[in-house]
Design a protein around this ligand. Structure first.
Ligand SMILES: *Cc1c(COP(=O)(O)O)cnc(C)c1O
Length: 401
């Protein structure tokens, strides 16, 4: 059957507006579309393809597990899930793991756990959740309500209650809001979708201290920052602030859907038998692929290389900016980078994205004013250079109208 982009409008619910290009094949950081045109991938499936496309370790894990056992349900446990949970807990503060299928589901579990923990330990009144403007936590009704863009949660009727938002990096307002009625604070340790906004040290440490003071759980949503993205295995490890609950997804499966919530035994015990669950969560196929991805990324040399590759991006973008003067700054950490457009190009991030596509480069935006790059963590240096050369052509197109 011949399929094309027009068919999308006919048979797909119109909640997405995908590009005209339909990729059919990928290898490393290169992708080919239906016409055979080649692209360099600086998007990485939105920070998911941490090892690029069709990495041998992931393909082997998928094939091997695919011939053993795919799915059991949580009526039984399985070897890949047990191994992955052991590795995640060995490598982080987390002592126990709940597996889900996506970032939103991992966050949903975290929020439900925090509420249950507070009600069990304190009172029915300790239900407030504080989150941050521009934050993003997924699209289930609870997570989108906790997310910091009302436009995404409006228009669906009554929302989950007792969720309050303040500006990221505004410790003073946060300090006034938090109280003993706060059950949890949910935040990204570097805002991704909201525009690649890093926390100040003072802010993130202050949030941790105030959570301790008011017996509120600190939940780090590391769905985008986790699994090597910032050059640390998890971003919290580079910030010297440890959360009580951490969620991880995106890069965790390297392209296979999986999510997880990590926490301490003391907190985890409140998700008693029957309080929460998922049919697919922790299925052997997903966990086998994730285990291979995790083994590959949890490597000192690979993580050091992420930081080195960050510098290649920063140097390349600075050189482009010297010539064309389009960015006010480049923000972010590791290979989660955002080129912020200056006043002259304010709000035109999408134009840069479209121009990049025309020159064979897949990039992303974060809001209307930031061009975002989240390539494979093992993107070859030559592909970074070649991709930046394509990006320069795109920038020239936008600047020259
Ligand atoms: C992408 C993302 C999510 C949502 O993950 P899904 O797998 O799409 O549900 C949640 N939080 C953050 C920080 C994200 O970047």
């Amino acid at each position: 059957m011949q399929v094309n982009r027009e068919l999308f409008n006919e048979v797909m619910v119109p909640n997405y507006n995908p590009s005209e290009v339909i990729p059919v094949k990928g290898k490393g950081s290169r992708v080919w579309d239906q016409k055979g045109d080649e692209y360099i991938d600086f998007a990485g499936g939105i920070a998911v393809n941490c090892l690029g496309h069709c990495h041998p370790a992931l393909v082997n894990a998928l094939k091997e597990q695919g011939e053993k056992i795919w799915h059991l349900s949580n009526v039984m446990t399985n070897e890949p899930a047990l191994r992955l949970a052991k590795k995640l807990t060995d490598a982080t503060f987390g002592e126990q793991v709940y597996f889900a299928n996506s970032g939103a589901e991992a966050n949903e579990a975290a929020l439900k756990l925090a509420r249950r923990w507070a009600i069990d330990n304190y009172s029915e009144e300790k239900t407030q959740i504080i989150a941050f403007n521009k934050g993003f936590h997924g699209r289930t009704f609870f997570t989108v309500t906790v997310g910091g863009q009302a436009a995404y949660s409006d228009g669906f009727g009554p929302k989950p209650q007792d969720v309050t938002h303040v500006d990221y990096n505004d410790l003073e307002t946060f300090a006034k809001l938090i109280s003993d009625k706060t059950c949890a604070v949910m935040m990204e340790p570097l805002q991704g979708e909201g525009g690649i906004i890093p926390p100040t040290n003072e802010f993130i440490q202050g949030v941790r201290e105030l959570c301790d003071k008011h017996n509120a759980l600190l939940i780090f949503d590391e769905v985008q920052t986790g699994v090597g993205r910032t050059g640390d295995l998890y971003a919290y490890q580079g910030l010297n602030v440890t959360p009580d609950i951490l969620t991880t997804a995106k890069a965790l499966g390297g392209g296979f859907p999986i999510g997880a919530m990590l926490t301490t035994k003391e907190i985890a015990k409140h998700l008693k038998i029957g309080t929460h669950g998922s049919t697919y969560g922790g299925n052997p196929l997903a966990c086998a692929v994730a285990e291979a991805a995790f083994d590959t990324v949890n490597d000192a040399q690979l993580l050091a290389d992420v930081k080195r590759k960050e510098q290649l991006f920063r140097d390349g973008l600075a050189a482009i900016n010297e010539k064309y003067n389009v960015f006010s700054e480049v923000r972010g950490k590791g290979l989660l980078l955002g080129a912020v457009l200056n006043d002259q190009f304010n709000g035109r991030a999408r134009d840069f994205l479209v121009a990049s596509g025309k020159h064979g480069l897949m990039a992303l935006v974060a809001g209307t004013n930031v061009v975002r790059f989240t390539p494979s963590l093992v993107i070859p240096d030559e592909d970074i250079q070649a991709g930046l050369a394509r990006f320069e052509l795109a920038v020239a197109d936008v600047v020259n109208g």
